[in-house]
Design a binder for this molecule. Sequence first.
Ligand code: NAD
Ligand code: ZN
Ligand code: ZN
Length: 355
Amino acid sequence: MRAVRLTHWGGPPVVTEVDRPTPRGEEVLVRVEAAGLCGSDLHVLDAEPGALPYLAPFTLGHEVAGRVAELGPDATGPRTGERVVVYGPWGCGRCGRCSAGAENYCDRRPELDAARTGTGAGLGRDGGLADFLLVPSARLLLPVGDLAPTQAAPLSDAGLTAFHAVAGIRPVPGGTEGGAGTSVAVIGVGGLGHLAVQILRAVTSAQVLAVDVRETAISLAHDCGAHFGTVVRPDTAEVLRGRTGGAGVDAVLDFVGTSATLRLGVRALRPGGDLALVGSGGGELTVRKPGALPSGIRLSLPFWGTRPELGEVVALARSGAVTVETSLFQLTEAPAAIGALRAGGIRGRAVLVPG
Ligand code: NAD
Ligand code: ZN
Ligand code: ZN
């Protein structure tokens, strides 16, 4: 079968042929119908050797949807031929967190990282940028019914992570002068951000304010229902505060995570607000008391989401409340798709189909 592999750290992805795996024990083989490309794939490709807690080589691709092709002898759950999406963060499957469906926060993660066994499909273990994906257990598969695979795949990370970040925002008491209501700033309207805008519109009544460095991303934010959007400018924080009657935004979802966006988020935030750092941009923020951060704010580092939340985001998509904006590529065009993502040439999510 074909696979897009990271053969050595820092090297370009390689489209190659590998053996099709055979499911053993509880494993399930999925025939891939669509796989999304994530901003994290760029971080993985660019990582220095030893920077991530897993070893190369492996097949890329951690946002995967397809059909069940073959069940291992002990696998129970989906039927052969059933359409599924793959829950991406693979934990130990047994600890308290995993038992509750929160494998994104597996209690055994430090042990698993120390063993360098990989954190999931396409992240140290063979992923879904391939014709087939071997999944360790049917517990990691969610049936998606008649949802198109090119929609389902991006929901498993871009959709789920955005949903989990939105779910972590607390309602803040107190209205705002001028009746501007609750407001949330979304910084970075790419794969994750454009779904966050839609999820915010679907599950909250907040005013959604979008920020990006690209005009095309702002136009996408408007198409996704953002009330306001601006490209980054020297006074972005003041512009955002202006949209809230001066009080500041109730929450910031930072899908970039550089020092510049963290500073912007803090300057735009209302006292008692939420700052969710989702992007892996490697930026830093000084937390000190007394200090420059607005009083009462809560900082969170949401990582992916839970299996029940994946069910919720799939339900939102099936209801039509959330639609992934996709840029489609053939699997063998992966290097070009990765180049386009790096160059800021993707609107929404790049999704690869085996074809
Ligand atoms: P993406 O490339 O699709 O989107 C990033 C967006 O941010 C683009 O629209 C880009 O124009 C914009 N941007 C870049 N610099 C900016 C700046 N300084 N100010 C404002 N906007 C800026 O990437 P993605 O797949 O949406 O991923 C976003 C980030 O989230 C990545 O760092 C990725 O590694 C991370 N991520 C985290 C999790 C998690 O669980 N925490 C999950 C998936 C992705
Ligand atoms: Zn990702
Ligand atoms: Zn666990």
